[in-house]
Each structure stands twice: as C-alpha cells, then as structure tokens.
Design a protein around this ligand. Structure first.
Ligand code: G3H
Ligand code: 13P
Ligand code: ZN
Length: 331
C-alpha cells in the first residue's frame, strides 16, 4: 500500500473548494507518455496552475500502471525543479470497477473516478458508494457520473447520450458520498463530437456545434449548491490543428469540438474540473505530421517528439490562461 501523501500528491478537495469560490476550473489533462507529462507540468508551472494528471484504463494498459505512478511521483519533483511546488493530483479517469479503483488507490492515486453512468441508477449508486467507502478511508477523493455522454467512454461505449436529470443529483450525492459529479450537458469524447447534421455552418463553411445545455447545469447547481461539477469531453478541437493534420497526409473528417467561450462560461460556475485529452492528441499529431512531411530524412524521435512537446505545452498554457482561468491559482 502506497499513500499518495508520501509521493507529494494532493487530493481534489481543497482544489475544488477554491476553484468554485474563485470561478475557475482545474485542468484535468490525460497522459500516457513522458512528453505529455513534461508538457503538462512545465505549462502548469509556468502559468502557476494547479493540475490533475489523468490516467485512463487504456493509458494504464499502454504505459504500465507502475511506470505511470512513478512518473506522477517524478512530476512532483520535476515541478519543484522547475521552480514551483504546484498542487498535483493523480486521478483515475473512467474507472469501471471497484477492483480497478481499489488497485489505483492502493498504489498511490489521490483521486479516482468510478463511472457507473451506463448502469441502472440503483446499481450506479451502490457501486459508487462502495468505491467512496473504500477511498475515504485513505482520504482519496471520488468522482461519480450521472447521465451518459455520446461516444466512447473507455470501456463504457455508448451510442446515444442522455443528459443528466437534475432530479437525480441530490439523491445520488447524498446516497453515495461522492466528492464531485460528472454530468452530461452536451459534451462528448473524441475529435468528432457532433455529426454534421447536428451543426450549423458559418459563412466560411466551418461547423458550429449545438450549444451546451447551460439550463441543465443551472438546474443542477440549484439542487446541489456549491457542489463540485466535472465536465468530460471538453476538447475544443482547434481547427488549425485539424488543418495541419489534413494538409500533411492526415484524414480527419468533420472534426468539431466545444467552443472555448462556452468552456470559459462553464468554468465560472460550479464546474471545477474540465477534462481535456483529444486536443493534446491533435497538437502532437499535427506537429509530428508536419515534421515528417517537411523533413522526411529525420529519424531521431527527439527531433519530432521534442517539437510536439513544445506544441503541447503551448496548448496547455493557453487552456490554463484563456479557457479555464486556473493560471495564477497555485500561488
Ligand atoms: O475519456 C476518454 C479519454 O480521452 C481517454 O481515452 O481510453 O483512449 O485513453 P483512452
Ligand atoms: P476529450 O475527448 O474531449 O478531450 O475528453 C476527454 C475526457 O473527457 C477524458 O475523460
Ligand atoms: Zn471522460
């Protein structure tokens, strides 16, 4: 049993309390390799932002859970070396079983998500409560989910989304004891969040997605005032990256995300954690594709992963400063 406290990590409790009071959101960036981790930490140190390092079960399989844990431990030391002891959470993204959550808690994660959103309500309550009861013994915080996002949630695949029903949230929070709640108000995972027929087009032919359901968010906030809310599927799918990818051999069709102004608006509310993975994938892919096309003789991975890491860092800094408002909040 390893305690996250011995690794220099923190749980989400104080972070979220401050974020709600301050009207900003904490970035939750997914990582599964060294360059992503370096980019996240250097961007958050430079902007002085608290951060949640997020590991999906797919990432765990890809990178090995022990290595990822040591990387998060290394991230704490790396941040100090860069000059700032920012608060860092190590969080399991979309845990789909009690056993997976327990294993992460036992090996040093400071926060876990149990995603029972695809289960019948009572089963979601029972599973989430079981994880909370275990996690709280070790002061690990737990995120639950109500409502279903369209797209693929790790092992939890869902063809159809349904919005969170505000009538359920108070009962769910009370019965489970969760520390935060992920909700469904129109975001979705991946780089193709909406079908073209769900969107309108502006004069330049750019797809404009349907707006997030702020009315549902408001209703939820009314039922559980001051309770930390989480938004998944919050990549904006920057069109400049899509364009670089597609003009350098890629084939991304109808890629569209959540407009940044809407995320900024959400961050001012009780939404205090915003999950971003796909934008990082796009930034890295755009940078690597460009180098491969422009310099086909290059075969040193540092020569393409290095610039990709720089692009990622730029993206993360932009999110902290201009979208989530978390810059300066690690002071
Ligand atoms: O919510 C999904 C995250 O973007 C993680 O995706 O399962 O491909 O690692 P992944
Ligand atoms: P995106 O695919 O929009 O980046 O969402 C990531 C996410 O919600 C991770 O849990
Ligand atoms: Zn998610």
């Amino acid at each position: 049993m390893v305690s996250y406290k011995d690794l220099g990590l923190v749980n989400t409790r104080e972070m979220f309390a401050k974020a709600i009071k301050g009207g900003y959101a904490i970035p939750a960036f997914n990582f599964n390799n060294m360059e992503q981790m370096q980019a996240i930490i250097s961007a958050c140190v430079e902007t002085s932002s608290p951060v949640i390092l997020q590991v999906s079960s797919g990432a765990r399989k890809y990178a090995n859970q022990t290595l990822l844990r040591y990387m998060a431990q290394g991230a704490v030391e790396y941040a100090k070396e860069l000059g700032k002891n920012i608060p860092i959470v190590l969080h399991l993204d979309h845990g789909n079983s009690f056993e997976l959550c327990k294993s992460c808690i036992d090996m040093g994660f400071s926060s876990v998500m149990i995603d029972g959103s695809s289960l019948p309500y009572d089963e979601n309550v029972a599973l989430t409560k079981k994880v909370v009861d275990y996690a709280h013994q070790y002061d690990v915080t737990v995120e639950g989910e109500l409502g279903v996002l369209a797209g693929v949630e790790d092992e939890v695949a869902s063809e159809h989304s349904h919005y969170t029903d505000p009538a359920d949230v108070e009962d769910f929070v009370k019965k489970t004891g969760v520390d935060s709640l992920a909700i469904s108000i129109g975001t979705s995972h991946g780089a193709n969040k909406f079908k073209p027929e769900q969107c309108t087009r502006n004069a330049e032919g750019i797809l404009l997605p349907p707006p997030l359901r702020f009315d549902i968010l408001k209703e939820i906030e009314k039922r559980i005032p001051g309770f930390p809310i989480v938004l998944h599927g919050s990549s904006s799918v920057p069109q400049e990256y899509v364009k670089i990818i597609n003009t350098h051999g890629g084939a991304l069709k109808d890629a569209v995300g959540i407009p940044e102004e809407q995320l900024r608006e959400a961050a001012k509310s009780a939404v205090c954690k915003i999950n971003i993975d796909s934008d990082g994938r796009l930034a890295m892919t755009a940078a690597v594709r460009k180098i491969f096309v422009e310099n086909p003789a290059e075969f040193d991975p540092r020569k393409y992963l290095g610039p990709a890491r720089e692009e990622l860092k730029k993206l993360y800094m932009h999110k902290c400063i201009n979208v989530l408002g978390s810059a300066g909040k690690a002071e």
